[in-house]
Design a protein around this ligand. Structure first.
Ligand SMILES: Cc1ncc(C[n+]2csc(CCOP(=O)(O)OP(=O)(O)O)c2C)c(N)n1
Ligand code: SF4
Ligand SMILES: [Mg+2]
Length: 298
């Protein structure tokens, strides 16, 4: 039986006790991995989102690194400026990481994100996707999947999820990847790889939220894992003009090895009112995502 390898740096002290996350929150899980890669040699740029609250109030912070809280739309612009400033001053070995939610990325931060990507500014942008505006009370974002309940889609969202990774790939940046809080080693390796590449790097991090998705807080990792095992979330990297599928998703290129989508949805209260038609639509969304990935693997 193979044992899980230990992450190289001790993760216990990267997000400090006393943070303000809800039980089962995916945010500390993701930030611990960021801390495991960079230690305290990281400047986190955080726009308005749950993370702003989770990390606590000035002058303290629960993250064992530098943190700057910025206006909702501006994470990528601020990260660009900090990265350029460090370079100009000759500071090396400090990683700038923009850490933003789906609302701050797919919606309101899209213009500054696109600008930084187009200029190929040198930092890592992590979009943690809890698929709604959680901090302000579970409003839909463009990354909310079709069929999901939110407070602004009481009958289920009608539109499909916006796939931000495709938009970033279209910018021609050197590195784009998808990750999940259920696979910390995979996320760790992707952050490490991104840190070794000069220019703009984008990592999408799937981050199920027990409060907004209506599941038991003990199930966060299980729900995140099911998203991958059903094929709803596909783990891959994009560099050198090609998609490279990641270990956990590789066997699922064969559709028969994917678990039925309903196994992922059934744990989540936000999908409880979903109709047969909406389920079929979501299944088609998954199929077309896989077709797209296969096209770019060649
Ligand atoms: C310009 C502006 N509009 C609206 C808000 C209110 N606001 C703060 S956080 C937030 C939602 C953030 O959603 P997301 O980026 O998905 O992060 P999450 O809260 O889900 O972690 C909103 C609407 C704001 N701070 N600034
Ligand atoms: S609402 Fe969700 S994402 Fe926000 S702090 Fe709570 S569990 Fe975390
Ligand atoms: Mg969100």
């Amino acid at each position: 039986m193979s044992s899980t390898p230990t992450l190289p740096r001790d993760m216990r002290n990267t997000v400090l006790p006393g943070h303000a996350a809800c039980h089962g929150c995916p945010i500390p899980m993701g930030l611990k991995v960021v801390g495991a890669v960079f230690g305290d040699k990281v400047i986190l740029v955080v726009p308005a989102c749950c993370t702003s609250v989770v990390l606590g109030m000035h002058p303290g912070t629960a993250f064992n690194g530098s943190v700057i809280h910025v206006a909702f739309a501006s994470a990528a612009a601020v990260a660009s400026g900090i990265s350029a400033g460090l370079f100009k001053r000759g500071v090396r070995g400090v990683q700038v990481v923009a850490w933003a939610g789906d609302g701050g990325t797919a919606d309101i931060g899209m213009a500054s994100l696109s600008g930084a990507a187009e200029r190929n500014d040198d930092f890592i942008y992590v979009m943690y996707d809890n698929e709604a505006y959680m901090n302000t009370g579970i409003q839909r974002s463009s990354a909310t999947p079709a069929g999901a309940w939110t407070t602004t889609t009481p009958l289920g969202k009608k539109e499909s999820k916006k796939d931000v990774t495709k938009i970033l790939i279209a910018h021609g940046v050197p590195y784009v990847a998808t990750a999940s809080i259920a696979y910390p080693h995979d996320f760790y390796n992707k952050l490490k790889k991104a840190a070794g590449i000069r220019g703009f790097k984008f990592i999408y991090l799937h981050a199920p939220c027990p409060v907004g998705w209506r599941f038991d807080p003990s199930l966060t990792v299980k729900v995140a894992k099911l998203a991958v095992e059903t094929g709803m979330i596909i783990l891959y990297e994009y560099y050198d003009g090609k998609i490279h599928i990641s270990g956990p998703s590789r066997p699922l290129l064969d559709k028969s090895r994917r678990r039925p989508l309903i196994e992922y949805l059934k744990f989540q209260g936000r999908f409880h009112g979903i109709s047969e038609g909406e389920l079929r639509n979501l299944e088609s969304y998954v199929d077309s995502s896989w077709e797209w990935v296969k096209k770019f693997m060649q």
